[in-house]
Design a protein around this ligand. Structure first.
Ligand SMILES: Cc1cc2nc3c(=O)[nH]c(=O)nc-3n(C[C@H](O)[C@H](O)[C@H](O)COP(=O)(O)O)c2cc1C
Length: 316
């Protein structure tokens, strides 16, 4: 049987963008029997892996980095003539696009966003595995700097596991307090930005004290004894913003299912200096950035939404 797929796998000349998951380029295949040379795939390919030459779609042997597996070409093709494989992508990853009437419109999405609050008080009830999986399914749809996503997620699936982690972390962070003593801060002053000095003195140090004091009273002021916590972290390759975006999606997904959630930013900045602790929780040694999110069935109902403002919005 005729092989209908025209293969173009180009050797050399590439600079595949490395992530912890892959250091290869992906390969694009064009089915020339069904391709109508509309050029849409070449328009959306910002790596110039696919280009139009005299009205014919071709695979360029001088792309920018080589195919990243962003999948835009295959997703936009009206005839299903493109397949992208590699960098963890397969043909099965191209699934049915939700129809317009299956998607929420702006008003529905805005209402969901407006009604979300950071929830720190939860019913003493576990979060069902099915809901956890739905949160992750929604979170993974978020954009990432460079595909495939280099974000990992550590799921603490019970109040006991959340509490154990919290108290172990607090013990470690209390040990670090010596690095923020007035003497050390005075010595470091010439090398620190004014904002960092202020934040260390007026936020970090009191926060460490608060965590230590609450633990001594058997209270969890770090992760609020939530029945579920997730740590979204990057491997060290990805953009520092990468874990924050799926974490935000996860919060909205949780809220859409009646769960409360809250981001917890006070762990990752310390965690990056805790090598043995990171190893204990199987976090990659190079991982620097991350964000915790706690989830649970909310204890209280919020009766008002809150109007917020940005520090500045300027149209230039
Ligand atoms: C990056 C980030 C880090 C945060 N860290 C914490 C935290 O460590 N502890 C906490 O109680 N809330 C934390 N929050 C929640 C904020 O305090 C909360 O968003 C803010 O109070 C506004 O409340 P709202 O989300 O209900 O509008 C964090 C939020 C963000 C976006």
């Amino acid at each position: 049987m005729l092989n209908l797929w025209y293969y173009c796998i180009i050797e050399g000349g590439y600079m595949p963008i490395p992530t912890s998951r892959t250091k290869e380029i992906a390969h694009v295949k064009i089915d020339y029997l069904s391709c109508n040379f509309c050029g849409l795939c070449a328009e959306v390919c910002k790596d110039f892996t696919l280009v139009m030459e005299s009205g014919v779609l071709v695979i360029n042997d001088h792309p920018i980095f080589g195919c990243l597996a962003c999948g835009q070409c295959a997703a936009v093709c009206p005839n299903g003539s493109i397949v992208v494989q590699g960098r963890e992508m397969t043909a099965e990853d191209f699934i049915r696009q939700p129809l317009k009437n299956e998607r929420s419109g702006y008003d529905e999405l805005y209402s969901l966003m407006l009604s979300r609050r950071s929830v720190r008080d939860f019913k003493d009830r576990p979060v069902e595995r099915e809901l956890i999986e739905k949160i992750l399914r929604a979170a993974v749809t978020s954009p990432m700097g460079i595909p495939p996503s280099d974000v990992g997620v550590l799921v603490f699936e019970s109040k006991d596991k959340v509490r154990k982690f919290s108290f172990e972390f607090i013990d470690e962070v209390v040990k670090m307090k010596k690095y923020f003593s007035p003497l050390v801060m005075t010595l470091l002053k010439p090398f620190m930005k004014k904002q960092d000095q202020e934040l260390t003195k007026d936020f970090l140090v009191p926060l460490i004290d608060l965590f230590g004091k609450s633990k001594a009273e058997d209270k969890n002021y770090l992760l609020y004894d939530a029945p579920l916590a997730m740590y979204f972290y990057n491997s060290g390759y990805a953009d520092p913003a990468d874990p924050l975006i799926p974490a935000t999606y996860a919060m909205l997904a949780a809220h859409s299912m009646g769960l409360g959630s809250c981001m917890i930013g006070s762990i990752a900045p310390f965690l990056k200096y805790m090598k043995p602790f990171k190893k204990k929780y199987s976090l990659p040694p190079g991982s620097k950035d991350g964000i915790f999110v706690i989830f649970g069935h909310p204890k209280y109902k919020y009766r008002k939404a809150i109007k917020r403002s940005f520090a500045r919005v300027e149209y230039i």
